[in-house]
Ligand binder design. Structure first.
Ligand SMILES: NC(=O)NC(NC(N)=O)C(=O)[O-]
Ligand SMILES: [Zn+2]
Ligand SMILES: [Zn+2]
Length: 647
């Protein structure tokens, strides 16, 4: 682990921040954006300059919330290493993996665990996982959220293409939504989004039978297009809206293709305040059905790429904000399943490979339509991240978020050469297309994970992401702790971010706690922490006790280091109390620290700052050793009281 407090710096003349493109200097510590300053501020020589850029655009790393990684199981189709390598090369720093086409599909807690076990050593970017909802698995939902840390669920209203992932009926959806309501109302708001592949069977079946009767040519794209009419999406989406309205649980329509449905989504959101969102994908915003070559099944996906007028209406919806999420729906397979020789659209696998190309694909179209870079950052980072409850950590550039960036040139163009793609199965309908926008560098939590032309960067730094509500980024206003089973399963840095909430950031304690996993309960964790602290050498004991902010420090200082202490010490009231109290506390802290050589720590327990003054005065008369032990035992009391608030 690099120096705990080393500051890294990113400077740029064209930085996308808060809805504008401007010069800025970004300060990063431990992978988190801790400050955004004027471009011209002086950089201290101990700071590490990561990027100093005059021309290229610097933007928050992209978040692609619809990726089929297909590991474990169908790793000949894709896998975590190839998918996250492609993501890194495309400026994508977070991907959300779908519950299919891995095998086993992620429809039980145990299957989720087998997916989690397949990840270590393969993540070049951060990865969140979705669970799957199929008929009869509602009993698995809670555990996949509370102990498994999934960021949402996906289900199909039509055959998914994979037999082990059957589609749901209305009763299955209602059963799942009942569980979501329980998670929201009884488990501290730990509800997550339900995503739907919204097509219905009936119109597809009728159209397909008619086309068969007419002996329509399966190599003609129009035959496939007619077999999946817009009405199939429209009916499915109306049903999803109805269920979302009835249950008021967060719902999402994936890969919207039918522009007919935009109106009903708009009305649901703006008129009926239904908690529903919709995404569209790169291919619906780039290709048109009229241009699909005869028999070229690489263009096949479900729902289908539709006509040019449909594409224009999707872009209009993007411009108006009805569609605020643009993702890949990267759904690769082995070439044989695309039946390239037969060119049979009706039998080929549905799914398009595009994970690495999203930014240039969308920018090429957006620049023609006057859609700004700023809006792309919102729709390809912020909104997908919000969808899966990660927008405190991931999204556009903001203090407190992970230091994820893409550095790219919107002016540069290139011809797509599929052989240069990092995905496992390289055949792509984008091959040969001229796109605008070249990614030069990608940064994940302050580390370079991709640099154009530099094959030497192949660092495996990605983490599995758990939902924001139980993620504990210290800047996040209302953190809560994960279930103990989920805590035990976290990567070291995520584990430590959780324990920092209880004990503040004290490496000698945190590192030893991590080695002691698994814990049966938080009570056992605190008891073990107490034992560890007692066993530390004096220097480490002092480092642990000094992790706590001083009582009486400025509110801004306390908030920056510990949002929990900020609340415990009632810092929000500081501006209204007699400033002499803060002055007295400051002096007493200085006396205490110069006498004992470490900070004064007391379990404030809601008492006012003035009530603490006589306590620090009295404790100034004690011996050093007894004060060190007292301060450390106060820390344990603080952690017990925090546990009550955080669970
Ligand atoms: N099983 C799949 O990967 N399906 C995917 N296939 C597409 N979109 O054609 C999807 O998202 O529905
Ligand atoms: Zn789908
Ligand atoms: Zn998909």
């Amino acid at each position: 682990m690099e120096g705990e407090n080393k500051i890294k710096v990113i400077k740029g003349k064209k930085v996308v921040i808060n809805g504008e493109i401007r010069p800025a200097t970004i300060l990063i510590r431990n992978g988190i954006i801790i400050d955004i300053k004027e471009y011209s501020i002086e950089i201290k020589e101990e700071h590490e300059i990561l990027i100093d850029e005059n021309e290229l655009i610097i933007m928050g790393g992209l978040v692609d919330s619809h990726v089929h990684v297909n590991e474990p199981g169908r790793t000949e189709w894709e896998g975590f290493l190839s998918a996250t390598s492609a993501a890194a090369s495309g400026g994508v720093t977070t991907i959300i993996d779908m519950p299919l086409n891995s095998s086993p599909v992620t429809t039980t807690y145990d299957n989720l665990q087998s997916k989690i076990k397949s990840m270590p050593g393969k993540l070049r970017v951060d990865v969140g996982l979705l669970g799957g909802i199929i008929p009869g698995n509602a009993s698995e939902i809670s555990r996949m959220v509370l102990e498994g840390g999934v960021v949402g669920f996906k289900s199909f209203l039509v055959h998914s293409g994979i037999d082990e992932f059957p589609h749901v009926q209305e009763t299955d959806i209602q059963e799942a939504m009942d569980v979501m309501k329980q998670l929201r109302d009884e488990c501290g708001g730990r509800d997550v989004v339900m995503m739907f592949h919204a097509e219905t069977e009936e119109p597809i079946k009728e159209a397909t039978e008619r086309l068969e009767r007419e002996k329509a040519d399966p190599k003609l794209y129009d035959t496939f297009l007619q077999s999946r009419p817009r009405v199939s999406e429209n009916i499915a989406i109306d049903k999803v809206i109805e269920l979302c309205k009835k249950n008021q649980v967060r719902t999402h329509i994936v890969h919207l293709s039918s522009s007919d449905a935009i109106k009903s989504i708009n009305e649901a959101v703006h008129h009926d305040k239904v908690p529903i969102t919709a995404e569209t994908t790169y291919h619906y915003l780039y290709f048109v059905s009229e241009q699909v070559p005869y028999g070229n099944t690489l263009y096949k996906c479900c729902p289908p790429v539709r006509e040019g007028e449909n594409k224009d209406l999707l872009w209009k919806a993007v411009n108006e904000g009805t569609i605020k999420i643009i993702v890949s729906d990267h759904s690769p397979c082995t070439l044989d399943l695309k039946l390239i020789e037969q060119g049979d659209f009706m039998k080929a696998w549905g799914g398009i490979s595009s994970l690495q190309l999203g930014l240039p694909i969308i920018w090429t179209e957006a620049k023609k339509r006057g859609v700004s870079l700023v809006k792309l950052s919102e729709y390809m980072s912020d909104e997908p991240s919000r969808l899966v409850g990660l927008n405190d950590r991931k999204g556009s550039i903001k203090i407190g978020r992970d230091a994820d960036f893409v550095i790219w040139d919107p002016e540069e163009s290139f011809i797509v050469d599929q052989d240069l793609l990092m995905v496992k199965n390289k055949n792509s309908p984008y091959h040969g297309e001229k796109l605008h926008g070249v990614v030069h560098e990608t940064i994940l939590r302050g580390n370079k994970i991709f640099k154009r032309g530099d094959q030497s960067i192949s660092r495996i730094l990605g983490q599995r992401l758990i939902p924001t509500k139980i993620h504990t980024n210290s800047i996040y206003p209302n953190p809560t702790l994960p279930e103990i089973e989920l805590l035990n399963s976290l990567s070291k840095s995520s584990f430590i971010e959780c324990t920092n909430l209880l004990f503040e950031s004290a490496p000698p304690l945190a590192n030893e706690l991590y080695e002691k996993r698994p814990f049966s309960s938080y009570q056992q964790l605190i008891n073990d922490a107490d034992k560890i602290i007692k066993s530390l050498n004096p220097n480490d004991k002092i480092q642990v006790i000094n992790a706590h902010p001083r009582i009486g420090s400025s509110a801004a200082q306390v908030k920056k280091s510990s949002s929990i202490s900020y609340r415990e010490q009632n810092c929000d009231k500081d501006s209204s109390i007699d400033q002499s109290i803060l002055e007295t506390l400051k002096n007493l802290n200085n006396q205490y620290e110069s006498k004992f050589g470490f900070k004064f720590v007391e379990f404030v327990n809601g008492r006012s700052k003035s009530e603490i003054i006589p306590i620090i005065e009295q404790r100034l008369n004690n011996e050093k050793q007894s004060e060190l032990d007292k301060g450390l035992s106060e820390m344990i009391e603080i952690s017990k009281s925090r546990l009550l608030k955080l669970k």
